[in-house]
Design a protein around this ligand. Structure first.
Ligand code: HEM
Length: 192
């Protein structure tokens, strides 16, 4: 008896949830986007892996202008992909299935992804071609950018800073190159 009641309750909840989800065009749109992204992520995983290319050598530490960053969108000769998050540039080549051409987050490749990540948007307006100082973002959005930055620091190699217009690149010494300073050591980095 109690069992039947709980089944009824669960069915009622699911019916309510489905009705709620399909009741507005915005929800339907969001469901479609989620479905599309999940499809891209999991279809990319299922398809037979391409012949394994040797991993690219670690990039020399350097600072980048937005223009220089653009060259690393995965379409270059090496296929290297860089992404900036909160002023820091990461080599995300090992996440090619996410950021490579045709990947679900390919729009971030070679660009500053901060605003897109903060606003959970993959539209062109969220990824600007001019330098973005992010000053109009709310404190919650900035907190989210910092969390993404930490996630990227854990998973990918930090290669340098994103330069503001007119800012000069730093000269990195070889010791800095080797040093893990505030970064995680290679062995600690997650592999895909
Ligand atoms: C709306 C529906 C969405 C769904 C269902 C979804 C799903 C997922 C899943 C399942 C993963 C983990 C994949 C894995 O580790 O194998 C992932 C990672 C990620 N998602 Fe989404 N996502 C959505 C929207 C977004 C949006 C709007 C953004 C950006 C604004 C975004 C940015 C990312 C990033 C940056 C990663 C990490 C990739 C990495 O590890 O380098 N996602 N997403």
């Amino acid at each position: 008896m109690a069992n039947e009641e709980s089944v009824d309750k669960t069915e009622g909840f699911i019916t309510k949830l489905v009705t709620e989800l399909v009741s507005s065009p915005l929800n339907i749109g969001l469901l479609c986007i989620c479905g599309f992204l999940l499809y891209k992520i999991f279809a990319g995983r299922r398809s037979s892996p391409p012949p394994r290319k040797p991993e690219l050598p670690k990039m020399k530490k350097q600072d980048f202008t937005l223009e220089q960053l653009k060259e690393y969108d995965g379409r270059g000769l090496e296929g290297r992909i860089l992404i900036a998050v909160n002023g820091k540039v990461f080599d995300v080549t090992r996440g090619k299935r996410f950021y490579g051409p045709g990947g679900p987050y390919g729009v971030f490749a070679g660009r500053d992804a901060s605003r897109g990540l903060a606003t959970f948007s993959l539209t062109e307006e969220a990824i600007r071609d001019e330098f973005d100082d992010l000053t109009d973002l709310s404190s919650m959005q900035m907190e989210s950018v910092r969390e993404w930055e930490m996630q990227f620091t854990e998973k990918y190699d930090y290669v340098g800073r994103l330069l503001k217009p007119g800012e000069q690149p730093r000269e990195y010494t070889d010791t800095e190159e080797e040093s893990t300073d505030d970064r995680k050591s290679e062995t600690e980095k997650k592999t895909d």
